[in-house]
Design a protein around this ligand. Sequence first.
Ligand code: FES
Ligand code: FE2
Length: 379
Amino acid sequence: MAVEADIAVWPDRAGGLTNEWYVDADHFRREMAGVFGSGWACAGVGAEIPEAGDVFPTTVAGQPVLLVRDKQGEIRAFHNVCRHRGILLMEAPARRQAAIRCPYHSWTYGLDGRLVRTPEVGGPGVGEADDIDRTALGLLPIRVETWLDFIFVNLSCEASALNDLIDPLVKRWAAYDLSLLKHGGTRSYDLAANWKLAIENYLESYHLPWIHPGLNSYSPLELHGYETISPRIFGPYSEAYKADTVDDRTLPHFPGLPEVVAPRGEYPLVFPNLLVGIQRDHLFGIIIEPRNHARTIERLHVYPVDDGTPETPERTQALDAMMVGWDAIFLEDIGIVERMQTGRSADAFDGGVLTQFHDRCTARFMDLVADSTPVTPPR
Ligand code: FES
Ligand SMILES: [Fe+2]
């Protein structure tokens, strides 16, 4: 697979975004509306709601969202708020629910969002009332589409089809039989940092020798580069994915990978908030969930290749080792990302310096964020 010509041109910026972009709560709200509100954002994965009746509360653009698998097995998303008095409906994931019941006054919604019960609403023992039109008071739906196991939502309902965003990546990864991926593990991280810093750190390999000396020993900096797959999909890659040779870790590989593809690992951002990584034996996704200007949840989901051969203890061990390996690397990153957030309280910092070699993906990301945000402080 030849690397397509890198369509990235060095954005018109020498410095990074200024402190306001990281420490200002009002600015965070504008940014969420602009960056997450209009297009597609990743909200979760199917493995978080594997069976009918499973519900998973999360946030998108700082807003409470409920992912639901309905009775027919279809994935739906709703605003996670009761239509009566606006209470947060679900605080924690729940499995195999027949319906979604509000804890405050017991209004009950079907898995399709319809309001089906309003007990005592017309007085004691009276479950209906002339002034309450249940048909107009269902859960507020959110537009949903999926790619692989990833659930994307579009809050504005105005985005073009998800395929328009994802198609360049689908084409680029055509050599991988992605239908063989099977959910294999998950981790969650709670960061005291702005969501952009988590992404900016992912988009450069410059820090490898100092923050990830273990990773750098088998995937060294000199074998890393940066590529632009589409204007909204870009990130680093490694020419030397060898993690599956560490500790005799053997998981099935994607069958039939061309020689030029097999040693590569690619780590693009699908703007705005899905970090993906593909290697010859697995794919992972990290959903970046901004909670507020200084807090971010990361949900890592790992998908090894399932080639249909029977599970063995060695394979289970290999998967465990892989999860431990990624966990260690992502924990190494978290300390640094939180420390960057702390650094943003230095008024003298002006956004810093972006290097043309290592930071062009970061620069592109910053430009997309800045261009999407309605009223912007200095860039
Ligand atoms: S707030 Fe939900 S039933 Fe009253
Ligand atoms: Fe890192």
